[in-house]
Design a protein around this ligand. Structure first.
Ligand SMILES: [Zn+2]
Ligand SMILES: [Zn+2]
Length: 361
């Protein structure tokens, strides 16, 4: 079975034959149909996000078909279509009970091991670490990392729901709770930023101002419903947002992951407005904003995974797509086989793709 492995940061991924153990209690084995190539995968290669444990099986956006369930699995059966959730949810911790499963405290995350401290992936008897491991023909994950979805939803598109769409649309609707008629600015129109645009459309925002340095991404933002496009290489984005909104946006979203752009987003909102940090900040970074404007009832908030409640939000987002009210096809520039994962990252870095989907035989 083939999987894409990172051995060292700043080196290409290797496609290797690996072994996958059977699912243990509470675990499920899934055959991947589609895997979304997300910028936060690349952040593990370029060093923006640390990986504690190597070698590591990559990928966190995926959709597929259940092959086998371990003892005690009660909500899924072989043949079920599933979308992977970025976060498992224990259902018992304080945040799960409060309706914030994106912040579940029930599992230690980021170790690359299952909760019992072992890994299901190995090669020549040596354990390989993994999160969801969606850049793999098959994977074993916790039952609570999977959400069952309707059978008529194409899985090679459904994979986008699990990270990029949930994070972007959720930042607008779940976390910021943008009101109808608001003026919204979006700093950064990559895979997540384009879904912030979509969220603003779903919220019936009055003005949707897309900011990026890449014209291709701005065109995409326009296709998805942005009303104003600002190229930050040609214009000062803060000035432009203040002009277009006559004094400041009601909401501004930072979807790049750089503290100086968080500051720009904050400087773009009117008194009483809200700036939302959606992008993944570099490890150890600080954010600073000017104090006097903060004093004028402005809010700076973060959001992790768009306040996602996967069991509620995935089926809802998929219904929206099937009803023609959420765009996924427009987000997908290319389909590539797993073997071309490094080329997919090259495309991403050149800014010539919105999203690439990996497909599996
Ligand atoms: Zn992602
Ligand atoms: Zn929990």
């Amino acid at each position: 079975m083939k999987a894409a492995i990172i051995h060292e940061p700043h080196t290409p991924l290797k496609i290797e034959e690996v072994d996958l153990d059977e699912p243990k209690a509470g675990e499920v084995r899934v055959r991947l149909v589609g895997g979304g190539v997300c910028h936060s995968d690349y952040h593990r290669i370029d060093g923006h996000s640390a990986i504690a444990t190597l070698p590591y099986v990559m990928g966190h956006e995926g959709a597929g078909i259940v092959q086998q369930t371990g003892p005690g699995v009660s909500t899924l059966s072989p043949g079920d279509h599933v979308v992977f959730s970025l976060t498992p949810q224990c259902g018992r911790c304080r945040n799960c009970a409060a309706g914030r499963p994106n912040l579940c405290e029930g599992f230690t995350r980021g170790s690359g091991l299952m909760p019992d401290g072992t890994s299901r992936f190995s090669k020549d008897g040596i354990p390989y670490f993994a999160g969801l491991a969606t850049f793999s023909e098959e994977t074993v994950v916790l039952e609570s990392s999977l959400v069952k979805v309707r059978d008529d939803m194409p899985l090679e598109k459904a994979c986008l729901i699990g990270c990029g769409v949930m994070t972007g649309v959720g930042a607008v609707l779940n976390r910021a709770k943008v009101e109808t008629g608001s003026a919204v600015a979006i700093f950064g129109c990559g895979g997540v930023g384009l879904n912030v645009v979509q969220g603003a459309v779903l919220a019936s925002a009055s003005k949707i101002i897309a900011v990026d340095k890449v014209d291709f991404k701005l065109e995409k933002a326009g296709e998805l419903g942005a009303t104003h496009l600002v190229n930050a290489d040609r214009d000062d984005p803060v000035e432009r947002v203040l002009q277009i909104t006559d004094g400041g946006a009601d909401y501004a979203f930072e979807v790049v992951g750089f503290p100086q752009i968080v500051r720009q987003a904050f400087e773009s909102v009117r008194p009483g407005g809200t700036a939302v940090m959606v992008g993944v900040p570099p490890e150890g970074a600080d954010v600073s904003v000017p104090a006097r404007p903060l004093f004028q009832d402005r809010t700076l908030m973060g959001t992790f995974y768009g306040g996602g409640r996967p069991r509620i939000d995935f089926p809802w987002l998929i219904d929206l797509y099937m009803d023609g009210r959420l765009k996924l096809d427009e987000l997908i520039t290319k389909y590539r086989p797993l073997d071309e994962i490094n080329e997919a990252f090259e495309d991403m870095n050149k800014g010539v793709t919105a999203r690439t989907i990996l497909t599996f035989e």
